[in-house]
Design a protein around this ligand. Structure first.
Ligand SMILES: Nc1ncnc2c1ncn2[C@@H]1O[C@H](COP(=O)(O)OP(=O)(O)OP(=O)(O)O)[C@@H](O)[C@H]1O
Length: 269
């Protein structure tokens, strides 16, 4: 197997706040890598770095062998054609039909004729079980259908890398489970590599080849479902057992967070 995503010593900062503390991560060809972690652990920040939407403070992100922060703009455009993304809310344009939404990347990145684009769009809608929905408007879709349409748009260019941000968030368990099936089907049919950011433990356990558990900007464990389950880390076990961890702050830090003002040893006059 070869690595299609290589993250090396990635540090991300917002001002003085270090959010990713030197992360190493590799995703292999054809692999489904799930990124899990509590709220604020840095999942979205990591995803934005993987997509090249945010530049690292230090460290490297290589996609298909290319350092996305160092390649010339034209090569970056070519690289982006090999990447598909479905954002959390679906991000469909409400004024366009489902079909137009799905064809958007083809219109932007290719010079295919209209009938070819229509055929490709119908094919992708068929794959995500939305055959015949091309003339509907996004407002006419259920939550699960919006996610599927967003996925059809994300795979319209047959990407080698597919990034899914919280694909099953907000869906009822049955719809979420069918989306998991779809993710597995997609990978098996195309051999693409997927990075899936999710809060949903059931979904992660079902679809992941490997899970990376992020916590306070570090990867606590990265491995198969069995390896993650066997982790001796209390925080990993807390995540698996959905236990709520007490806030690990000393009183001074707690006050600082609450007020935004550092407490300088004792009362102020
Ligand atoms: N644009 C930003 N400016 C400043 N701080 C930010 C910014 N985006 C995120 N952060 C901070 O970085 C930390 C990690 O945030 P991030 O959104 O990456 O976490 P997350 O794991 O995706 O959380 P959630 O699951 O709640 O979406 C948080 O402390 C957050 O407040």
């Amino acid at each position: 197997m070869s690595a299609v995503i290589e993250v090396e010593r990635l540090v991300a900062r917002y001002g003085e706040h270090t959010v990713l503390k030197g992360i190493d991560l590799q995703v292999q060809a054809g692999e489904i890598m799930v990124i899990m972690g509590g709220s604020g652990s840095g999942k979205s920040t990591l995803l934005r770095h993987l997509l090249g939407l945010q530049a690292p403070y230090s460290g490297q992100v290589r996609l298909l062998g290319e350092d996305i922060n160092a390649i010339p703009p034209q090569r970056l455009v070519e690289l982006r054609r090999k990447m598909g993304v479905a954002f959390q809310g679906g991000a469909l344009f409400s004024s366009m039909t489902v079909g137009e939404n799905v064809m958007l990347p083809l219109r932007e990145h290719t010079r295919l004729d209209e009938s070819t684009m229509q055929i490709m769009m119908r094919l992708k809608l068929d794959i995500v079980n939305l055959a015949g929905c091309e003339n509907l408007m996004p407002a006419q879709l259920s939550g699960g259908m919006i996610k599927r349409a967003a996925m059809a748009r994300a795979i319209i260019m047959d990407p080698r890398l597919l990034f899914l941000d919280e694909p099953s968030a907000g869906l009822d368990p049955v719809v979420a489970a069918s989306l998991d099936e779809l993710i597995l089907k997609l990978r098996d049919a195309t051999g693409m590599s997927l990075v899936v950011v999710t809060h949903e433990l059931d979904s992660a356990l079902k679809i992941a080849d490997r899970i990376a558990v992020l916590d306070h900007g570090d990867i606590l464990v990265c491995g198969s479902v069995a390896e993650v389950r066997a982790s001796s880390s209390e925080r990993v076990q807390a995540l698996l057992n959905r236990r709520i961890q007490p806030l690990e702050l000393n009183p001074e830090e707690y006050l600082k967070r609450l007020t935004g003002v550092p407490v300088s040893g004792g009362a102020t006059a």
